[in-house]
Design a protein around this ligand. Structure first.
Ligand code: SF4
Ligand code: SF4
Length: 357
């Protein structure tokens, strides 16, 4: 096997920071001072991260929600018992949401509790259920993508499928994927490409090239985030914790591939069109003022499916798979086609290759 081939699966998988442990008890007292039965180590949660107060989640919530729940209870005396209980539950969920930690630093238990809380919150607000996942990366999986320039005809079925799958705002025309229409014989000239064509395709004398987040193995976007709201997962996916993002847009400026999208307004998706199969780090509903982007459809890829764009492409121009699996189609492409990546000289190591038949 050649050295160039080896490169695809010797990419740095990255080391993940372990959750910082503390010698304090969850009651907030120092070890040794505590007489409670609960001896589990204290997790550094959102309350600590935001206010730098040595108090665990449970204690903080007890203190913070006490007065609120009394208020909610008082209101409920004039309503039915059920609505009163629901009102208390909503208040509790809202407070817990307010002070939850960065998803990257959460334990598996906290992640599970977080997605359950969000799913319940959605149910209480809309009466509808969603399937919200916190499924983590699998061992020996490193996702990669290849795009066949000879096959793309510019139909944009991928763009539409992506918008629907990922619950993107319907008003702002936010789209993670761009299809660039380029003139034959002019090379890959993005400055002269038309990204908003409205005519019959394929147009004579043109070819088409798709871009999106390339899930770089050395991503400059994650390094500039001042609050660690974006990072690379073990399976190579570069993700964002929407609830931790402060909307500074440093990551957007750092991306050399125009891979990120910012919510300038409150995203809106009609209830009937909401994809209820969601992932915390993927297509769950976002809010105004946060960053988002392609996640290689984390809610699908970690469930063993292709991203929606790959499924939707009628010409088979899009190939997705596990770079660590020698029998995968993506590995076949990398080993048998002449592939290239955009702006190789930057050292960003995109896990997104282009090739031609
Ligand atoms: S394409 Fe841009 S947003 Fe995506 S990982 Fe690379 S630098 Fe980050
Ligand atoms: S916009 Fe959000 S994800 Fe991007 S750098 Fe700022 S805080 Fe981090």
């Amino acid at each position: 096997m050649s050295n160039t081939t080896k490169k695809w699966f010797s990419l740095n998988l990255g080391s993940r920071k372990e959750n910082a442990s503390s010698s304090s008890c969850s009651c907030g007292k120092k070890e040794g001072d505590c007489h409670s039965a609960d001896t589990s180590p204290q997790q550094k949660d959102g309350f600590d991260q935001v206010f730098d107060v040595p108090m665990d989640r449970r204690t903080a919530f007890k203190k913070l929600t006490a007065s609120l729940l009394i208020g909610a209870g008082a209101v409920s005396t004039s309503c039915s018992l059920v609505s009163g209980n629901e009102s208390k539950e909503k208040a509790q969920i809202d407070w817990e949401e307010q002070f939850k930690g960065n998803y990257k630093l959460m334990s598996e238990e906290e992640k599970k509790a977080t997605v359950e809380r969000l799913a319940r919150s959605y149910e209480l607000r809309t009466g509808k259920t969603i399937n919200l996942s916190s499924q983590g990366p699998e061992e020996n999986v490193l996702f990669g993508y290849a795009f066949n320039i000879s096959k793309c005809q510019g139909y944009m079925d991928c763009v539409n499928a992506c918008v629907e799958e990922n619950n993107q705002d319907r008003n702002s025309q936010m789209q993670y994927i761009r299809i660039h229409e380029m003139k034959d014989g002019k090379g890959f000239n993005f400055n002269e490409a038309d990204d908003n064509y409205y005519h019959e395709v394929p147009a004579e004398g043109h070819f088409y090239m798709g871009t999106q987040c390339f899930h770089c193995d050395n991503p400059p976007c994650t390094k500039v985030c001042p609050v660690q709201a974006t990072w690379q997962e073990e399976d190579g996916l570069v993700v964002i914790d929407y609830d931790w993002c402060v909307g500074c847009r440093y990551c957007m400026a750092a991306c050399p591939y125009d891979g990120r999208r910012f919510n300038w307004s409150q995203p809106e998706v009609p209830e009937a069109e909401i994809n209820k199969n969601q992932h915390y780090l993927g297509n769950r509903l976002r809010k105004k003022g946060v960053m988002e982007k392609c996640t290689f459809c984390v809610q699908r890829s970690r469930a063993g499916k292709n991203p929606a764009c790959v499924e939707a492409c009628p010409t088979g121009a899009r190939i997705f798979g596990n770079l660590l699996d020698p029998n995968s189609t993506i590995r076949w492409v990398l080993e048998n086609k002449k592939v290239f990546r955009l702006k190789e000289d930057l050292g960003t190591e995109p896990k997104f290759w282009y090739f031609m038949d």
